[in-house]
Design a protein around this ligand. Structure first.
Ligand code: ADP
Ligand code: MG
Length: 724
């Protein structure tokens, strides 16, 4: 099939209807998760009680309880036709890992029976030596253990019972994303509770909430299969711009194509069955770009759900003849994809800590958390950027379509005014949040906050949106845990320090509210004009200004990772019990290695395609032109009428030679980089190679514009980017 057949096939592809259940969503929501309802139905009283104590109170689970829980789970799973079980975990790769075991065992009578016990539920030892560990798990001690995380419910995918687990090494170091995330969530709760108690002594736990918005692209699977670069690297390494892409802003929130709508419907139904509260779906800015978002939830669970959804998207897309692209920048020249992480904190008594309160006390509590979050973001701005940095997200950051490669916070006019006024007023002034208009000392007007919200600053990586912060720099294919671990840990550290500052003020005999305000004031002074920035983050002036303010402006991804092992980060992560120094060092090795491999793979694909696809296509056209010239010479005796052909030939010669030279140079650069032993130094060398991609891409895209359309082997942007 040539390119035109593929395009025609994709154009003529008919919608595959979604499998709509004939009942209300509420009737099948969560049917494939072992949630509280199932626990009550399938567990005996003792097991139920012990399991709930484990989930809510962080109590350990003994073997007897695990056996009891496993018994109930097995009964439920068998009713759903389950034949296999797997521990489901999140190693330091993209995506999740699973190793399925069938439930059968010999029954001693020559047959088999289904078995599933507490041991299988609680712990497994996958042969884990092939997962990235950054040297923590040398091959001679290849053991890695997965252990059940009871706070995230067990779920059924196809015929398999999936048990969410943490993944740790023989010596106890975390080898996954979940373990440090859970530690950071505990740290932020432990640090926030004592501060909440200053306002409400009944608070005993603080939850971190995450609402992720997942952006993605869809492409027709036939066209995808014809693009080696997309298949292997997840993005197009070249391709001339389509004449029309997103200039007319006609895709954003536009009518969803029916083929895509059917895919979304199937995805939602599958998600809802798994208890994932998928809520929003819409077209995004770029053609073929879409977004979905669930209702926010507790961060650990919400992140597991994001991992499940990314997996579901891939499978369900295929049913509809699509491939889903989660890469941050699949197509140059149109917007890339992110995963906004809406984040907040709330108490077990139902107070949202980043939303204005009902009275002066509630408002003081809100301002306390608001200011401390900003202080944490300021102190660790470079680290937060490092937490979202990757070889793939690098294409999106700073590309004037997504947050710049500088972490600052957008407050909005209302909250900016509040901070300024707090500095001016005496510390015992009650902070009023008036319903409509501010009273004499009223500082915040709720309606105004909402007005501010709608006019959001899209250029800010960390924006306050009324009751939460939106960390917008996270990449679309990233595991949210990277960013969420760092953010929650940094806030935990700040809250610990803040509590100590308040204690000092209290020791001086001040009233609680005055002590809190006096501890807040120096922090407010230190953040205004530094991390707080409401202007346009895309401008060159901001880069200069941010540097002057002392914010980190590094754009080199391998260098950004160094932040994780700097003293401030090591102190923060060890103080909060989230990472040991050894883990931080090991993780950086993994990061540099992953970075290197990603660029290495892209570079190989690029060079091979340049030499095997692009140059031959150009030479074929060249040969056609040369034949025409020979003919012309035969017929007319001269080339007087062939100026166009000659010009085109000149261009082709020039670009082909340029491609050959740059491709060869890139291959040589790779050879040199591969000789470097040190992970960091090698990643730096690969960063240079990544920087040279546009130079090789340029003559290739020029050739695409020059060579006869019929001879071009690869689907073009204009053909891939418009699903009908
Ligand atoms: P927008 O595009 O306006 O940012 P969306 O509806 O696409 O809004 O996504 C907003 C996300 O933020 C949703 O997942 C929503 O549930 C979540 N969210 C709302 N309130 C909070 C909160 N207090 N904490 C965390 N996430 C929240
Ligand atoms: Mg948003």
């Amino acid at each position: 099939m040539d390119r035109f057949d593929l395009v025609k096939e994709s154009f003529e592809r008919k919608e595959v209807p979604a499998e709509v259940p004939g009942c209300k969503t509420s009737e099948y929501f969560g049917e494939l998760v072992f949630d509280r309802k199932k626990m009550c139905k399938y567990l005996d009283a003792d097991s139920l009680q012990a399991l709930l104590a484990c989930i809510e109170g962080g109590k350990g689970l003994d073997r007897k309880t695990a056996d009891g829980v496993a018994r109930g789970m097995k009964e439920w799973a068998m009713e759903h036709g389950v034949t296999h079980v797997t521990h489901w975990f999140q190693p330091l790769t993209e995506g999740t890992a699973e190793k399925h075991d069938s439930l059968i065992d010999y029954d001693g009578k020559g047959g088999v029976i289904e078995t599933f016990d507490g041991k299988m539920l609680a712990q497994q030892e996958p042969d884990a030596s092939s997962f990235p560990s950054g040297g923590i798990r040398a091959t001679f001690e290849a053991r890695g253990y997965t252990a059940w995380d009871p706070t995230s419910p067990v779920f059924i995918l196809d015929d398999t019972l999936c048990i969410p687990t943490v993944f740790i090494s023989y010596t106890g170091e975390a080898l996954d994303y979940k373990t440090p995330l859970k530690k950071a969530l505990k740290a932020v709760s432990d640090a926030a509770v004592p501060i909440c108690k200053l306002f409400d002594p009944t608070v005993s736990k603080v939850y971190s909430y995450l609402g992720w918005e997942q952006e993605y692209f869809l492409v027709d699977e036939a066209l995808y299969a014809a693009r080696t670069d997309l298949m292997i690297t997840g993005r197009t390494l070249f391709g001339h711009n389509s004449s029309k892409n997103q200039q007319l802003d006609d895709h954003y929130f536009g009518a969803i194509p029916t083929r895509v709508a059917a895919f979304m419907r199937d995805l939602e139904i599958a998600g809802h069955r798994l208890g994932i509260p998928i809520k929003t779906r819409h077209n995004e800015v770029a053609p073929n770009q879409f977004e979905l978002a669930p209702i926010y939830g507790e961060t650990n669970l919400a992140n597991d759900q994001n991992q499940i959804v990314m997996n579901l998207m891939g499978r369900i897309a295929r049913k509809h003849g699509f491939v889903v692209l989660l890469h941050e920048k699949p197509f140059a020249g149109v917007n890339g994809s992110g995963k906004h992480n809406n984040w907040s904190l709330g108490t077990d008594t139902g107070t949202m800590l980043l939303a204005p309160g009902k009275d002066a006390k509630g408002n003081l509590q809100f301002v306390t958390f608001f200011v401390n979050v900003l202080a944490a973001v300021q102190k660790h701005n470079a680290l937060l950027k490092a937490s979202i940095a990757s070889a793939t997200n690098a294409h999106r950051l700073g590309a004037n379509e997504a947050p710049p490669a500088i972490v600052s916070a957008f407050l909005g006019r209302t909250m900016t005014d509040v901070l300024h006024k707090l500095l001016e007023l005496p510390s015992d002034t009650p902070i009023e949040i008036a319903g409509k208009k501010g009273k004499s000392v009223g500082l915040v007007e709720i309606p105004e906050i909402f007005v501010d919200n709608t006019d959001r600053n899209r250029t800010s990586p960390f924006a306050f949106t009324g009751n939460r912060f939106e960390f917008r720099a996270v990449g679309s294919c990233a595991n949210c845990a990277g960013a969420m671990t760092t953010l929650n840990a940094a806030v935990a550290e700040q809250l610990i320090d803040f509590k100590a500052a308040v204690e000092k003020e209290l020791a001086a005999g001040k009233e609680t509210n005055v002590a809190i305000m006096d501890a807040l004031k120096p922090i407010i002074k230190s953040i205004i004009g530094v991390v707080c920035f409401d202007g346009n983050g895309y401008t060159e002036e901001w880069k200069a200004e941010a540097k002057r303010r002392g914010l980190d402006v590094e754009t080199n991804v391998p260098k950004m990772f160094c932040e994780f092992t700097k003293p401030a980060a090591v102190e923060m992560f060890t103080k909060t019990g989230v990472y040991s120094e050894k883990e931080l060092e090991a993780r950086n090795e993994v990061k540099w290695e992953t970075y290197t491999k990603k660029v290495q793979i892209e570079s190989r694909v690029m060079v091979r395609m340049a030499l095997n696809h692009i140059i031959p296509a150009a030479l074929e056209y060249k040969s056609k032109l040369l034949k025409e010239l020979t003919l012309a010479k035969e017929i007319y005796g001269n080339l007087d009428n062939c100026t166009t052909e000659l010009r085109i030939l000149d261009d082709i010669n020039k670009y082909v030679e340029d491609v050959r030279i740059k491709a060869t140079a890139m291959r040589e650069a790779r050879k040199a980089a591969n000789m470097i032993e040190n992970d960091y130094e090698r990643a730096l060398a690969y960063h240079e190679i990544a920087e040279s991609f546009p130079a090789l891409r340029y003559p290739i895209d020029k050739l695409e514009e020059t060579v006869d359309n019929k001879m071009w082997p690869l689907p073009k942007y204009r053909e891939m980017l418009f699903i009908n």
